[in-house]
Design a binder for this molecule. Sequence first.
Ligand SMILES: [Zn+2]
Ligand SMILES: [Zn+2]
Length: 686
Amino acid sequence: MIITLKDGSSLEFNEPKSIIEIATAISEGLARMACAGEIDGEVKDLRTIITDDCNLTILTANDPEGLKVIRHTCSHVMAEAVKRLFPDAKVTIGPAIEDGFYYDFDHAPFSREDLDAIEAEMKKIIKEGHEITRFTLPREEAIKLMKEKDEPFKVELIEDLPEGSEISFYDQGGFVDLCAGPHLMSTKGIKAFKLISSSMAYWRGDEKKARLQRIYGSAFAKKEELNAYLEHLEDIKRRDHNRLGREMDIFTTVDVIGQGLPLFMPKGTKIIQKMQRWIEDLEDYEWGYVRTRTPLMAKSNLYKLSDHWFHYKDGMFVLNDDLMSDADAHEDQKLYNDPDVAMKNAQEHVYMDDKGREVMALRPMTCPFQYFVYKAKQHSYRDLPYRMGETSTLFRNEDSGEMHGLTRVRQFTISEGHLICTPEQIADEFKNCVKLAKHCLTTLGLQDEVTYRMSKWDPKNPDKYLGTAAEWDVVQDNMRKILDEIGLEYTEADGEAAFYGPKLDIQAKNVYGKEDTMITVQLDMFLAERYDMYYIDANGDKKRPYIIHRTSMGCYERTLAWLIEHYAGNLPTWLCPEQVRILPISDKFLDYAESVRKELRKANVDVTVDTRSEKIGYKIREARLDRVPYMLIVGEQEQADGKVSVRSRYLGDEGQKPLSEFVDAIVKEIATKEIKEIKVESNNEK
Ligand SMILES: [Zn+2]
Ligand SMILES: [Zn+2]
């Protein structure tokens, strides 16, 4: 038979050979590193005998599939250790997953001490070096074996296998487990592993079924790789905004208020306020926006006109819901699909609940509210582009399972905006929106963490969108041209567009690697028609404008979460709720401390005095834990010379400085929104 290897070379054998024999024939070194073999695309145990011509790849820990075999084998070793220490535990399943493996047991919850004991037992099993061998049994015998071993979950698994499927078991030194494989040849092949955590899980992911305990672990080919992974996990824990943001008193959540409804504490509120003042002034005074303030709710008529009612009602919070029958609702929708009568219907029809109250809903978007601001006056081409900005609070009825800290919430506030422009202005305005978004990202120091995605319609689902294929081709080509002119690097994704047009989505990942849209700029050629928006052109004729929907900095909650994770809580000075803390050495210097505070307040610096009669070392430590960027220590000499002793997280002990010098420096740092390199980390001792 002829075995063709990955590099295209081939080996010829006169008799059947196992994969490990073939690996040895290639090189002893390869055989030592081998985890499994891939025969014509299927991953198999190294003991598998090959009898026919095939393509064969020897997999090592450097191949994702090879590493998976190590991790999966480790899950069996864990199962054996659990059975040795807790004979009552029932085994279920134990797959390899993205960063490691897990195994689910029917048992009481495991403590960290239990996990440590299991780890120690696993090390013994690995050292004992049991060979791992595979055997198969006919269905009835397989069930009998698992019944004898009192493993009801395994019995259920076998019973669910389709008639005629091969039922394989693996034996490692007497511990037998039902499994399709593949595995390493010996428990000795596991070099570096760690049990990470345990949590509750349901049998087959079904909350009506048995509650199980899942133990997570990971394994690597080398100790160094495992250690790097564990450090990475520590770093994630350290940065996770959902933990750190609460610990820093930035936000909290309360059961009786509800999930996905974070409360900002005074510190968090101050940070959001600084962001909001920055964005509003930036948009209004530097980028030519006018500001609007529109209602947080509206009659259902508005959402029927915007189409949200028919496609997105489940995602909205509806007040005084009507009791319209499905048939009537269908007829109603038809009226709104006809642009000639939609606006008239929206203006005239009254929808009421059973108590005669108007049907309303909290808003999930701002668009139509701002359109009616535009429509309240007649505009000529000279008024355009008309750029409206709003610090807009929105509501989305997301599933409770989706809630996470500040990134998945039911109420949030975005730096919203809609630009109404002529067709000739659209390219320049779109470019400026992208420029503004990039400016915001750069100011926040987040510009290197984003990727750009052009989100297109789904040609296979044209019914989900307004307009025709030909119209979408035109607008998407326009957008591509604009993006290419800016020189953006971007990917393209089908089916991610808004129903009214394509989007540029600026994406970023959180510490857990989950990607979200942070900022978006959207082109819209269709809604002006639907809302009967127009401008008067140079000839005095009515013309349809184009619309850009955009955010500049995105959603306040989500961006703050991103900042907390990016800076591990050490926000740039300008965003800190407390920028300076004055620490008098003793009560004798409280008056001087107060005069220093007044000077800094005059310069609009957020400053406090630690007036407690505590030791200075203690006060310094507290200020550092609170992540205050500057501490000013004042005592005898500082008071005599009108100076302050500066300690910062940027340079550590900066020594004595005249107060005026410090004030000038921090005022400049705040005004320029400087991002200084942090040398003295606030640690996580808290
Ligand atoms: Zn297995
Ligand atoms: Zn919009």
